[in-house]
Design a protein around this ligand. Structure first.
Ligand code: IMP
Length: 190
């Protein structure tokens, strides 16, 4: 089978079918946990759009959808932890059950910032769904309530995740060949 962008990829970690099965499981768990309630899904642009689109259709309780965009400063190897909201919520989340939908938790700094940001808006609750997590890279403790998969400490693309805005439409999740993002001393800037 030919995989899109095949020459740029080192290995496929999760196929389209494996991702679909995992997202269905997460959706079923979320639907059980929030039975009788509605959820304010907050997707993080741009990486989480694919996961959000699939996850919301696997959830059987009512949802509202809002999006935020965050910029973080610093390089891949030394994220400063300084984050800024580039696009804020369009609707209030006061008294709502917020479920943040993120693509990948790397250092955890972005998510940490976002959880605090949401909590300050007086929601009924705040939880987190993340498609991927790189546990070896976490610098702060972040609670991910609904996790798709753990991945090794390598640069991954596909299923919404990019490098330099490419690969987001790859249906699987794959490790990018290091030579694509240049030499060993210049890892990608996130
Ligand atoms: P954190 O603040 O270090 O946890 O960074 C989280 C953000 O960095 C994610 O939302 C992604 O946009 C980006 N990121 C981290 N690791 C990767 C990766 O392996 N591939 C693509 N994007 C990544």
């Amino acid at each position: 089978m030919t995989v899109m962008y095949q020459d740029d990829l080192k290995t496929v970690l999760y196929t389209e079918a494996e991702i679909a099965a995992r997202v269905a499981e997460l959706g079923a768990r979320i639907s059980r946990d929030y039975e009788g309630k509605s959820i304010a899904l907050v997707g993080v642009l741009n990486g989480a759009v694919v996961f959000l689109a699939d996850l919301m259709r696997a959830i059987t309780v009512p949802v509202h959808v809002d999006m935020v965009a965050i910029s973080s400063y610093g390089s891949y190897s030394s994220t400063s932890g300084v984050a800024r909201i580039m696009k804020d919520l369009d609707n209030s989340v006061e008294s709502q059950h917020v479920l943040i939908v993120e693509d990948i938790v790397d250092t955890g700094l972005t998510l940490n910032y976002l959880v605090d940001y949401m909590r300050a808006r007086n929601p009924a609750s705040v939880k987190v769904a993340a498609m991927l997590s790189k546990p070896s890279q976490h610098r702060v403790k972040v609670q991910v309530d609904y996790l798709g998969f753990e991945v090794p400490d390598e640069f991954v693309v596909g299923y919404g995740l990019d490098f330099a805005q490419r690969y987001r439409n790859l249906p699987c999740i794959a490790v990018l060949k290091p030579e694509i993002y240049a030499g060993p001393d210049t890892p990608p800037t996130l």
